[in-house]
Design a protein around this ligand. Sequence first.
Ligand code: ATP
Ligand code: MG
Length: 422
Amino acid sequence: MAKNIQAIRGMHDILPDQSGRWLFLEAHIMEVLARYGYQEIRTPIAEMTELFRRSIGDVTDIVEKEMYTFEDRNGDSLTLRPEGTAGCVRAGIQNGLFHNQIQRLWYRGPMFRHERPQKGRYRQFYQMGVEAFGLEGPDIDLEMVAITRRFWQALGLEGLQLQINTLGTAEERVLYRERLVAYLSDHRKMLDEESERRLQTNPLRILDSKNPQMRELIEQAPTLMEYLNRASKSHFELLCAGLESLGIEYIVNPRLVRGLDYYTRTVFEWVTDQLGAQGTVCAGGRYDGLVEQLGGRATPAVGFAIGLERLVLLLEQQPELPAVSAPDAYLVMVGEAPQAAGITLAEGLRDRLPALRLLCHCGGGSFKSQFKKADRSGARYALILGEEELSRGVIGVKSLRDDSAQQEVAIAALAEHLRTRL
Ligand code: ATP
Ligand code: MG
């Protein structure tokens, strides 16, 4: 017999017993975003490869080795999106969303990166991301952080730490880069192979290295703070002051450089020590140069993305898990006439009780077998309709979660009865 086909390594099914948690998460996040006046944007999952090369940067992990790139039948080079910002910016430019307008947008969906799969790191993973275009001040940076804090509150997540840093502007980085390269060259023997290579191409990324052997070298490295001009410094200080006035705790981490080239000034991450090595659940920052770099008018922008799998893992570690949504009632129908009458009854209940979650038994069978299914469904009540009940115009209501006695209710009064019990 042929072997069953398996899902692609690093790409996972989200099964029904998990999807409730995903819905819980996404619903809360969307509600918070609506409260801040953000609107959804949906962009294609595949884009021209060139878009990611030009936005993320050629000398980044993503573009160098993680993209799912393929030729389509016309010979165009396409890539499954590894992140969401490039597509948002492309869509905004193409549709004129940035002309004298402010946009507060969010997106969600799968992203693709060919990384080594492990806990919290997959080849297809989901992000929810938020982007604001057309605002240059630290006030919108602060709004981004305030939104994320409200997410964690809404989800009941604790123990997340906010780290922030500033990457300055492109000009400020030129000076700093020289100084950093000089420092790292002086200690060349201590660089690993990848960092040696990055010394020429993208030295700032060396600060992001996860190699423990280089930790000390990195900790001693000069920091960008010393190279900031007045405007960048004040931007950063205003953000810090705003965080303090909102009572948001943070630490300044001068080694925080984001993996993508396009960031400027503010960068931030929310990290946890509850997920092992994959501790960053949310990451973002300002990217004032990207819209212009992709051919649009210069437009300041700031945004962040949340890794949803990591958030789900975190949610599962909370002492009090949100309840999974079980049906309120399961309708048991035995006999031909009760089956026909039951379906009409069920539709009537759904008309009158919009919040009711009602499962109707399908496929017939004995009382006993239907009861078993009712129990297994997790429903709170079984509604029991047999020939005998139907002939008297009543229905049995039995609690499946405690030992209280079964009640008999007139069919005409059932909706009202359920309304008071649920
Ligand atoms: P990391 O340092 O963990 O690789 P990153 O800097 O590459 O993260 P971003 O591109 O900023 O990550 O993506 C934002 C968020 O998306 C991350 O903080 C993380 O929560 C999530 N994420 C990134 N890559 C993956 C992945 N391969 N699998 C699952 N989640 C991911
Ligand atoms: Mg990465």
